[in-house]
Design a protein around this ligand. Structure first.
Ligand code: GDP
Ligand code: MG
Length: 201
């Protein structure tokens, strides 16, 4: 992707247990359609979507896990592809809900100050949903960053990704302000700040 300063580009990575609907969400968001026979993705898959949102131009590169999530072999390299993460569970599968904590931990271990939101997918399966109090128990800490979605019925996918874009924009503005503050500071501050930012491994 060629860098065009008037276009904001973000990379978003889908994470979560197998069968929660990541590939269906991917197809819904990118192609606005669902393929009933999605199956496992082979190889890391990504697609780019360009659009205007709140009068700004965006290019979103969305990554879908390649079925490795089944074997928990997602590599650090995969985590590092993302500016932000969609952590998905299945609203009818409690194990996938419990797993979000591991996904969050893995991504936080790999990426400093990472941005993510949580999607509880398959909200259309109303007779099979996990009881609300159990869901709350796991997501209450993230309640402003939690969306119930249905990739099949096209519910809330765009809204959730818009929220993620808002969070990334806010983070960019903050980072920009911080770097201005450093530039305006003295040399001592500059060095101090660089050391902090470069803290490694
Ligand atoms: P992945 O392994 O996380 O990529 O999950 P898939 O996208 O392959 O979906 C697994 C299964 O769940 C497929 O049979 C999908 O049709 C189904 N599925 C995905 N999203 C939804 C949804 O929102 N509602 C319902 N009812 N089924 C869904
Ligand atoms: Mg898949």
């Amino acid at each position: 992707m060629k860098n065009n300063p008037s276009i904001t580009q973000y990379k978003i990575v889908l994470l979560g247990d197998t069968n929660v609907g990541k590939t269906t969400i991917f197809n819904r968001y990118i192609h606005d359609k669902v393929d009933k026979n999605v199956g496992s993705t082979i190889g890391v898959d990504f697609e780019v979507k360009s659009f205007t949102y709140k009068k700004k131009k965006y290019k979103i590169k969305l990554f879908d896990t390649a079925g490795q999530e089944r074997f928990r072999t997602i590599t650090q390299a995969y985590f590092h592809m993302g500016d932000a993460f969609l952590i998905v569970f299945d609203l009818t599968n409690e194990n996938s809900l419990i797993s979000i904590h591991e996904w969050i931990q893995s991504v936080q271990d790999a990426v400093d100050n990472c941005t993510f939101i949580i999607l509880g997918n398959k909200s259309d399966l109303i007779e099979k949903l996990i009881p609300e109090d159990i869901i709350n128990e796991h997501v209450k800490k993230y309640k402003n960053f939690f969306f119930k979605t249905s990739a099949i019925k096209n519910k809330n996918i765009k809204e959730a990704i818009s929220k993620l874009i808002d969070l990334l924009d806010e983070k960019n503005i903050k980072n920009r302000n911080n770097s201005f503050a450093v530039e305006e500071g003295n040399n001592y501050n500059k060095v101090g700040n660089q050391e902090n930012n470069n803290k490694c491994c």
